[in-house]
Design a protein around this ligand. Structure first.
Ligand code: PLP
Length: 202
């Protein structure tokens, strides 16, 4: 079978074989060692810096998005959402459902977010959290994360990055960029089965 979607993607035969292994207890030394190794590898994938929390939540990539937004902001908090397509719009739906005091900054369809517009909005009022989709799958746009991260850091807000179609696809260093929370989904660039949302929290 040839899969040509962003995800699910074909998986490596070694992974396919591992899926057929017998069940283990959750405290089995092999399970604990595997979990440790996964977290070490997530550290390489996200490079979040020392002391970060790394794990893979059981759910799709959208769980990583919802978990990030709802743990970094509370009802009534000022949140800036940078939207350049379908997955950015999903952040808006979540922010609406959780009743954040959110503002949406949209790019033209097919175009990346303009850092100048972000700078202007951040000068306008204080924000607790800024969220960006790095690679917007619906349009193929790659957003200028370096410039935006720098602005958010200077502003003093938390910065959340949807890295579902970038982590593992191109170099990404949360600590170099100044990203506080990033997540992905196992079935896209990682070419693993769907059902896990790996994340890093600085
Ligand atoms: C696929 C995707 C998601 C959502 O992941 P699901 O696993 O489908 O829930 C979020 N953001 C981007 C950029 C995506 O491509």
């Amino acid at each position: 079978m040839v899969l040509l979607t962003p995800g699910p993607t074909p998986i490596h035969p070694r992974v396919q074989t591992a899926l057929g292994k017998e069940m283990r207890g959750h405290l089995d030394p092999e399970v604990l060692a595997t979990n440790r190794r996964i977290r070490e590898h997530l550290g390489i994938l996200f490079d979040p810096g020392p002391g970060a929390l790394l794990a893979a939540m059981p759910g799709s990539g959208s769980l990583g998005m919802e978990a990030g937004l709802t743990n970094l902001a509370d009802e009534g908090d000022a949140v800036l959402l940078l939207v350049s397509g379908t997955f950015g719009e999903r952040m808006v739906e979540i922010a609406h459902a959780y009743q954040f005091d959110y503002k949406v900054l949209r790019s033209e369809p097919g175009h990346p977010i303009d850092p100048q517009a972000v700078a202007e909005e951040l000068n306008h009022r204080p924000y607790k959290l800024v969220a960006l989709v790095h690679g917007e799958t619906s349009t193929g746009v790659l957003n200028p994360v370096e410039e935006i991260a720098e602005l958010v850091q200077a502003h003093g807000a938390l910065f959340m990055l949807d890295a579902v179609t970038t982590a593992g696809m191109m170099p990404l260093s949360m600590q170099k960029l100044g990203v506080d929370y990033a997540f992905t989904g196992s079935q896209k660039c990682l070419s693993a089965p769907p059902g896990l949302a790996p994340f890093a929290l600085s």
